[in-house]
Design a protein around this ligand. Structure first.
Ligand code: ITT
Length: 195
């Protein structure tokens, strides 16, 4: 059966495609269904609400089940910001570079022990209006004072995992997917589907 991946973020799409490749359905991207670049307004104040909305809109537009991913970075010192606003932290147009610069600035002079953060992903599998699965994944780290590494995307060069002594941008895509917020959410979804 066909499932549409409801994301316009090419990096997220790549990670999701790799992780969902062992699932038992044919994955379609938004461009496969003529919806390339679709930017669904995210007005909710939780990852769950935004994730559900994106999956539902795409499922209703295409007539296929849809999977959406709403993610973000929550920094304790900033009371959970940028959170659901992670994509547009530094305003329009969306820019990973500007977002990272703003984050470095917001934490200037903040000591190491107060720089804790977590990445969050909520995946929604909208099968039909009566059958909707939701899975959440989180991973803890700390925000560095400057970027390290060239892999990944978004806030990855600033997100440091002490147990690996690496940022997410210093991991291969396989290493990142094995421990990331997105990887954990997909694993939970897999568990739900196999029950
Ligand atoms: P779609 O809604 O079309 O999927 P988006 O980029 O708008 O794409 P989000 O609303 O979920 O997606 O925004 C999440 C933002 O959080 C994203 O733009 C990145 O800046 C950041 N982000 C999400 N996952 C990340 C990851 O694995 N590594 C680094 N940054 C990430």
């Amino acid at each position: 059966s066909k499932v549409v991946l409801a994301s316009s973020n090419s990096h997220k799409l790549k990670e999701l495609q790799a992780m969902l490749s062992e699932f038992d359905f044919e994955l379609l991207s938004l461009s496969d269904v003529g919806l390339a670049g679709l930017d669904i307004p995210e007005e909710g104040d939780t990852f769950e609400a935004n994730s559900l909305y994106k999956a539902q809109v795409v499922s209703e537009m295409t007539g296929h089940p849809a999977i959406a991913d709403d993610s973000g970075l929550m920094v304790a010192y900033l009371n959970g910001a940028p959170g659901v606003y992670s994509a547009r932290y530094a305003g329009e147009p969306k820019s990973d570079k500007a977002n990272n610069a703003k984050l470095v600035d917001a934490l200037k002079g903040v000591p190491e022990g107060d720089r804790g953060a977590k990445f969050v992903t909520v995946i929604t599998f909208y099968i039909n209006k009566d059958t909707v699965l939701t899975a959440r994944g989180e991973v803890e780290g700390r925000i560095l004072e400057e970027e390290r590494g060239t892999g990944g995307f978004g806030y990855d060069p600033l997100f440091y995992v002490a147990s690996l002594d690496k940022t997410f941008a210093e991991l291969s895509s396989e290493e990142k997917n094995a421990i990331s917020h997105r990887g954990r959410a997909i694993k939970e979804l897999q568990t739900m589907l196999s029950q």
